[in-house]
Design a protein around this ligand. Structure first.
Ligand code: FA5
Length: 338
């Protein structure tokens, strides 16, 4: 290749590179240009360098000098375009960035009030010697009704009062439902453990209740169960009162009044006093001998009590929440208060 031809090749390369770099309006465009002209593998300057081999031997020193000169020029054009773009970004920042402004506070997440309540209830009951058990939210007929002394024709089984599943248990053929109470866990624990027993179980339960200030179709219960020799109603009252004063404060007024549950005899309901009204927060009673028998216990030798408390109702009283629905709308301004 003649020297003149080589030189003009280099010069048009330099012109093209200059044009590409000076037109670049973003870092990406500039980088594309860098790869095209200065790329170490397939860059156009690299290709031009390869042509040097075909230049006459006597012309090589001059050609090499020109190559170096053009290389420097292209590199300088690149550096210039780079600093032009960096300055433009800094100018932009200068206009909008005020370093004296206070930083935006970072919004920290936190545990939902019901989760916090559950943790605290576990803690209090743990100090009273109760350990924690869990049970499934999808239950069968036996655990939700039959073993709890709720016979076939009992209104508590009404499809209008329960969320039955469209499918039955594949092995037993029993109807399945979303559990309507945590009392199911009492049965599961007694079926698998000999007395003495002192457990609690906390979890979700489901009922097709219309939502209002104190009801929601999904809510949480804390079930308690204590079985031993000579457990009496006095023990139940002591535990309920100790629990209530620990969680709601020494000055809380609670009352225990007679009630009915198929799985306890006698049965009671517990209320707290709030804003001029008694509000029910749980049911309880002495475990019915039929239930003890259904899990293989001897009602002549052991006795016990059970209770099921509404976790939302407790949380509401503790934090002065007047509408249960506030707990489930996920309004962050509400949730951030806890
Ligand atoms: C029961 O569910 C019994 N299993 C409790 C029990 C356990 C009695 C062990 C005896 C022995 P009840 O349906 O009353 O009982 O519900 C208990 C508590 O759950 C209520 O006192 C109330 O605090 C809460 N509760 C009931 N329905 C709702 C609802 N729709 N929304 C929010 N909380 C509710």
């Amino acid at each position: 290749m003649a020297l003149q031809e080589f030189v003009s090749e280099l010069e048009s390369l330099c012109t093209a590179a200059n044009e590409a770099f000076s037109k670049a309006e973003s870092g990406d465009q500039l980088e594309d240009g860098r790869v095209e002209f200065l790329g170490a593998k397939n860059g156009r300057l690299k290709s031009a360098q390869k042509l040097l081999g075909s230049v006459e031997k006597s012309d090589k020193p001059a050609a090499g000098q020109k190559l170096n000169q053009i290389k420097k020029a292209i590199q300088a054009a690149f550096e210039e375009a780079k600093s032009r773009l960096v300055n433009a970004v800094e100018d932009d920042l200068d206009e909008t960035f005020d370093p004296t402004l206070p930083g935006a506070p970072i919004r920290m997440g936190r545990l939902h009030p019901i989760t916090q309540t559950i943790e605290e209830l576990k803690d209090i009951m743990g100090r009273l010697g109760f350990s924690i058990e869990e049970g499934p939210e999808i239950e069968d007929d036996w655990h939700n009704f039959e073993a709890l002394n709720i016979p076939r024709e009992h209104p508590a089984r009404d499809p209008l009062d329960n969320f039955y599943l469209a499918t039955a248990n594949q092995n037993s053929g029993q109807p399945l439902l979303l559990r309507s109470q945590t009392s199911t866990v009492q049965i599961r624990v007694m079926e698998n453990t000999p007395p003495p027993i002192r457990i609690i179980s906390l979890g979700r339960v489901y009922r097709p209740d219309t939502a209002d200030r104190t009801h929601y179709p999904m809510f949480h219960q804390m079930e308690g169960l204590m079985i031993d020799v000579d457990v009496t109603m006095a023990d139940l009252k002591t535990v309920l009162r100790l629990f209530a004063t620990n969680y709601l404060g020494e000055d809380v007024r609670i009352r225990i009044r007679p009630s009915f549950f198929p799985f306890t005899e006698p049965s009671v309901e517990a209320d707290y006093y709030w804003n001029g009204k008694w509000v029910e927060f749980g049911g309880a009673g002495m475990v019915d001998p039929n239930v003890l028998q259904s899990v293989g216990y001897d009602p002549e030798t052991v006795s016990g009590f059970a209770f099921g408390l509404g976790v939302e109702r407790l949380c509401m009283r503790r934090h002065s929440i007047t509408d249960i629905r506030d707990l489930f709308t996920n309004e962050t301004r509400f949730l951030h208060q806890f």
